[in-house]
Write a protein that binds this ligand. Structure first.
Ligand SMILES: Nc1ncnc2c1ncn2[C@@H]1O[C@H](COP(=O)(O)OP(=O)(O)OP(=O)(O)O)[C@@H](O)[C@H]1O
Ligand SMILES: Nc1ccn([C@@H]2O[C@H](COP(=O)(O)O)[C@@H](O)[C@H]2O)c(=O)n1
Length: 228
């Protein structure tokens, strides 16, 4: 590129729950001076709004009818990512067990996905230096032309152990069952299910430390940048 300015790089990181997408994406973006977008937080935010507004989350027609109402704003600084709904900071309430249990039903509604996908594409397009976007359908649907696509995996046992550590000793067995249930719902929905893009690099993180995963992804991004 002219004047030595680096071209923006778009990185898509997908995978099932608890594979390390958020931790990896945030760290990679911070290391490389890129923006960062947690798309799961956006689906959680719209779910939080539905619950708060008394929408029956078992009724896709009711969800579809109001999917355009909440204004969801994501801050993409990897050092301090933010998420607001109609101006309210929802970073904490979107992480409750209640929202986690309901988010797959809301995110399966095509009108919700269309709305959130538009937001994601617009944020990616405006990221001057590039962006790391993590989710379930980024490589397949949201940003099919991403420069680099990564699909993170890990055994259900490793993921449950990581999550229950995070949830201060939550029962590993029930955590594992809940992860598997959410992945099954996300993988089986009709509209842009959780899936590995054909051209994604799969990284199994079961036996890797978080630092090793971050190094692996940083190397892959740098290789792509060098080849651009
Ligand atoms: N390779 C790893 N080794 C050990 N722990 C890890 C590893 N990667 C992530 N973790 C830890 O596992 C937990 C889940 O990671 P993270 O939230 O990044 O996963 P995720 O894929 O974004 O999950 P979700 O899709 O449910 O949001 C965190 O506590 C994180 O610190
Ligand atoms: N691209 C995406 C990202 C997320 N979802 C849905 O949101 C849920 C929460 O995601 P977390 O990463 O915060 O755990 C997830 O279970 C999906 O239902 C999605 O559909 N597409």
């Amino acid at each position: 590129m002219e004047n030595g300015a680096a071209q923006p790089v778009i990185v898509a990181i997908d995978g099932p729950s608890g594979t390390g997408k958020s931790s990896t994406s945030k760290a990679v973006a911070a290391r490389l001076g890129l923006s960062y977008l947690d798309t799961g937080a956006q689906y959680r935010a719209i779910t939080w709004w539905m619950v708060n507004n008394g929408i029956d989350i078992e009724d896709p027609t009711a969800i579809a009818a109001v999917a355009g109402k909440p204004e969801i704003v994501s801050g993409t600084d990897p050092a301090a990512p933010t998420i607001t709904v109609d101006g309210t900071d929802v970073a904490a309430p979107i992480r409750t067990q209640d929202v986690t249990a309901k988010v797959s039903a809301v995110s399966a509604v095509p009108e919700v996905r269309a709305r959130i996908t538009e937001l994601q594409r617009s944020l990616a397009a405006s990221a001057e230096r590039g962006i790391v976007v993590e989710g379930r359908d980024i490589g397949t649907t949201v940003l099919p032309d991403a420069d680099l696509k990564i699909f993170l995996t890990a055994s259900p046992e490793a993921r449950a152990a990581r999550r229950s550590g995070e949830l201060k000793g939550a029962d590993v067995h029930s955590t594992r069952e809940a992860l598997i249930r959410r992945d099954a719902a996300d993988s089986s929905r009709k509209t842009s299910p959780l899936a590995k893009a054909d051209d994604a690099v799969e990284v199994d993180t079961t036996e890797l430390t978080l630092t090793q995963v971050i190094e692996c992804v940083v190397t892959l991004v740098e290789e792509k940048r060098a080849a651009k």
